[in-house]
Design a protein around this ligand. Structure first.
Ligand code: AMP
Ligand code: MG
Length: 422
């Protein structure tokens, strides 16, 4: 139980009835997000990171033939001695890739290597370590079982089996699986197009000199990274000045060519914050304030056929809003059925402040402590402009809307950054 005296700042109720709970905001977004139309055929290597458009049925058995699981001797199980020993004549050799072409008869066997096709007439392999080998015959004992050390055709995958469902994202294991079926190309969903720009008179692009009060635009770089890792097509429209006409023109251009439009900055209630007004003239705004920290001014709606996300300007708020709200929508557009945000509980090693009636997304470091227990601690300063807490952290710590502050030892939900990249 928390017995420490209330901290006036952390317990201050910053609730704003016009701000939507984060879960409601996500539900509105996901309600508007569906897989983009259009598929394309790509070669197997190019399918890495792409999403399957159709379920995939196996065209063949894997393995294709009944084969040996060990190096040894292939024989008919009926030749195994019930007691004592038996002698069998070695009539040839079967290699992986070079089968023995004749049948194995009674009293006969074939020297066989791992992966080699089982010759006709043989259903059992006795491993070479258990065999007494003399010139052209072997002696085997009674400690063997019919059918042992044999992999059946179709044991891994039978022809016609469903191998992968539609909406599966292709990773290295799937590439190997598809290669083992001999599939050189497959049908994937086209990549969604995402256009983005930064807004702010104070922003300069890299390579430009900074005048007093100006800063470098970092949001376009975090967005470039996050979008590229997710595997969408990106259209970087640069920096747009805080002028109504310029913003309107950029929004129109972006919505005309992309499935999703992302902007950063200019969505608060400052005097030069024109994004929301211009976007609502061109389309429809569904919400413009979320009960979340950081990221309260998040704005969402539609412009033409494109989804529109007006992200806040603060660099950490951009990353938090992207992963909590934009990523699930983009995954849905990509056709990826695993669009839910992964999260799991661990013990907190830090005291965590938390204001009521809002979701807080703090930055943490997951570590394996001396007792081999996974714990999480805060990663440095938590200000929404402080990117170092993101850069030094390896996870988000999710503090739910209705929860309060937490003490060391309490359980919290975390989202490792690496699980959000893919
Ligand atoms: P705004 O939402 O436009 O009021 O911006 C909030 C804060 O984020 C201000 O301190 C901005 O200077 C900063 N900011 C806005 N856009 C960017 C950007 N692209 N890169 C870095 N900082 C930004
Ligand atoms: Mg601004």
């Amino acid at each position: 139980m928390n017995t420490s005296p209330p901290n006036p700042k952390s317990c201050q109720d910053e609730s704003d009835p016009s701000a939507l709970p984060a879960g409601d905001a996500l539900a509105i977004i996901m309600d508007r997000a569906s897989a983009v139309a259009g598929t394309e055929k790509v070669s197997l290597r190019c399918a890495l990171g792409r999403v399957l458009a159709r379920p995939l049925l196996s065209p063949s058995n894997v393995p294709a033939h009944r084969n040996s699981a060990m190096d040894g001797f292939a024989l008919a199980g009926s030749d195994l001695p019930a007691s004592g020993t038996a002698e069998l004549r070695v009539i040839g050799t079967a290699y992986a890739g070079t089968p023995f072409k004749r049948a194995v008869g009674a009293g006969q066997c074939v020297r066989i290597m791992t992966g080699a096709k089982m010759p006709d007439g043989a259903d059992t392999v006795v491993i070479q370590e258990k065999v007494e080998h003399m010139d052209d015959c072997i002696r085997i004992a009674a400690d063997n079982k019919m059918g042992q050390n044999v992999r059946e055709a179709g044991e891994d995958i039978a022809a016609g089996d469903s191998v992968l469902t539609a909406g599966t994202r292709i990773g290295p294991a799937q590439l190997g699986l598809l290669a083992s079926l001999g599939l050189a190309e497959l049908s994937v969903i086209r990549r969604p197009r995402v256009a983005f720009f930064s807004s702010g008179d104070e922003l300069r692009s890299l390579g430009e000199a900074l005048a007093e009060g100006e800063i470098y635009d970092s949001n376009r770089y975090t967005l470039h990274g996050m979008l590229s890792e997710l595997g969408v097509n990106i259209i970087d429209m640069g920096v747009i000045r805080d002028e109504r006409e310029a913003i309107r023109g950029a929004l129109e251009e972006a919505a005309g060519q992309a499935d999703v439009v992302l902007t950063t900055g200019g969505v608060s209630v400052g005097e030069a914050d024109y994004l929301q007004g211009e976007a609502s003239q061109l389309g429809e705004i569904l919400f413009s304030k979320v009960a979340i920290k950081p990221g309260r001014p998040l704005t969402f709606g539609r412009i033409g056929n494109a989804l529109f996300f007006g992200l806040p300007g603060n660099p950490v708020a951009v990353m938090v809003s992207f992963y909590q709200f934009v990523r699930p929508a983009l995954k849905r557009l990509m056709g990826d059925v695993s669009d839910a945000l992964p999260a799991f509980p661990v013990k907190s090693a830090s005291k965590l402040r938390k204001a009521p009636n809002r979701t807080e997304v703090q930055r943490g470091v997951l570590v394996l402590d001396a007792n081999r227990e996974v714990t999480v601690r805060l990663s440095g300063r938590q200000g929404s402009g402080v990117l170092s807490s993101m850069s030094q952290g390896n996870c988000f710590i999710l503090l739910p809307h209705d929860g309060g502050p937490l003490e060391p030892g309490d359980m919290v939900e975390v989202q490792p950054f690496d699980m959000l990249r893919w």
